[in-house]
Design a protein around this ligand. Structure first.
Ligand code: AMP
Length: 113
């Protein structure tokens, strides 16, 4: 989708501080980090949110989660981090291309806001 900012990051049309990329997945530092480490992991293929994913996306969703684990370990937060995906505006989603937030590097409270 040409008007989707994360599609444009995946395509290399908008710069981002990438920490991982492969055939299916791209990961980059969040522009407005909410923790010392705050990485976003996106599928290259446009999907609006987790809620728009069907059974056929199972493998892709697994790839996103495994990328989260690998990146957390590599960035030194493997002992404590949070993986979040906001689904829908009322849950805080502001970019409508599926993404996982990986947050760590500080104590993370629960419940979230
Ligand atoms: P959400 O509110 O869950 O949809 O998360 C969207 C996230 O994307 C926010 O944390 C933003 O700070 C982040 N964001 C928006 N634009 C960019 C960008 N160009 N590069 C990196 N992160 C971005």
């Amino acid at each position: 989708m040409s008007d989707c900012i994360f599609c444009r990051i995946a395509a290399g049309e908008i710069p981002a501080q990438r920490v991982h990329e492969d055939e299916h997945v791209v990961a980059f530092h969040d522009l407005h980090p909410q923790a010392p480490t705050h990485v976003l992991i996106i599928p290259r293929r446009h999907l609006v949110s987790l809620h728009a994913a069907g059974d056929e996306e199972g493998l892709l969703l697994g790839r996103l989660l495994l990328a989260a684990r690998e990146i957390a370990e590599r960035l030194g937060i493997g002992t404590g981090y949070r993986v979040v995906t906001n689904c829908g505006a009322s849950a805080g989603q502001s970019v409508f291309h599926l993404h996982l937030h990986v947050l760590g590097g500080r104590p993370l409270g629960w419940p979230p806001g």
